[in-house]
Ligand binder design. Structure first.
Ligand code: URA
Ligand code: SF4
Length: 277
């Protein structure tokens, strides 16, 4: 009896063979128009899952399939928005993938002046697929309004980790590190003029600094030649209302830095009211 190649491979215990797709799923997706406000929902479905059958009926090469966790063979650092969205939607690079409803990439203007970076999605963000839509998000929106900006206009909002930590625990260092390439790629694509880090986790992710947040406020840091400012996380401010005044100082400081680099972006006579949120 002569065995087919596939049957032989099955007999040898080395079938099926998964062939990495030549065309990443995301490349096949239609280009995404640049819309100002846009929750970054996955733009393509999850990667094709390998067939369960132990005896594939057609040669593997004729039915290319990717391994479960691989969406694109391109490095993250080379990805465009569709590829990045698809990759994050399907990512299983750290244990946070296990309990998420969905990964939350970010939201907003893809050519922003401002980039705000928080910690990670909470329950509502996990359910809705958009960052900062819960209580902390309402405060963040009020903070943005004080700067005369609105979600989606001149601002992009992202998180250090894209998947919700169970019970809203603080993400671990290894999880932050696993997710960092996505944040780095977002920043490279967005090219914001100023970055505001909201709380310790964002500071840890981008500046690799674990000092007390209070000691980092009021200073100009840099990431990829972009000025970076540190302030309190809105969830912390909700628990420590008197600290809001300090957060407002930090935002004014950030706006001054932005104005130095982009005078046209901020009107000369902008207001600095006492505490607008
Ligand atoms: N807290 C965060 O850090 N990010 C969110 O998206 C929501 C709450
Ligand atoms: Fe992947 Fe980031 Fe989600 Fe971890 S948190 S599974 S690295 S997208």
């Amino acid at each position: 009896m002569s065995l087919s190649r596939e049957q032989m491979l099955v007999e040898m215990g080395i079938s099926p063979i998964w062939v990495l797709r030549d065309t990443p799923v995301a490349d096949a997706a239609a280009p995404v128009p640049e819309a100002p406000v846009q929750p970054e929902l996955p733009e393509s479905g999850p990667a094709a899952k390998p067939a369960a059958s132990a005896t594939p009926v057609a040669p593997a090469a004729a039915r290319p399939a990717a391994p479960p966790a691989v969406v694109s063979s391109r490095p993250v650092a080379d990805m465009d928005w569709p590829a990045l969205s698809a990759q994050v939607a399907d990512c299983r690079a750290c244990p946070l993938h296990a309990q998420r409803q969905q990964a939350v990439l970010g939201v907003g203007d893809r050519q922003p002046e401002w980039l705000f970076i928080g910690e990670g999605p909470g329950a509502e963000e996990d359910a809705r697929g958009e960052p900062f839509v819960g209580q902390a998000g309402k405060l963040l929106d009020a903070m943005l309004a004080s700067l005369d900006i609105a979600r989606g206009q001149a601002v992009y909002i992202a998180n250090a980790v894209k998947c919700r930590p169970p019970g809203n625990r603080t993400p671990e260092s290894a999880e932050i590190a696993a997710c960092l390439p996505y944040l780095e790629r977002q920043i490279a694509l967005l090219k914001p003029k100023i970055i505001v880090l909201l709380g310790k986790v964002a500071v840890h992710a981008l500046l690799h600094d674990d000092k007390a947040l209070g000691s980092l406020r009021g200073r100009r840091f840099e990431y990829a030649s972009i000025p970076v400012v540190v302030t309190y996380h809105p969830a912390y401010l909700l628990r420590n209302l008197p600290e809001k005044a300090k957060a407002w100082e930090d935002l004014l400081f950030a706006r001054r830095l932005l104005r130095e680099s982009r005078p046209a972006a901020i009107p000369a006579a902008f207001s600095e009211p006492e505490l607008p949120f």
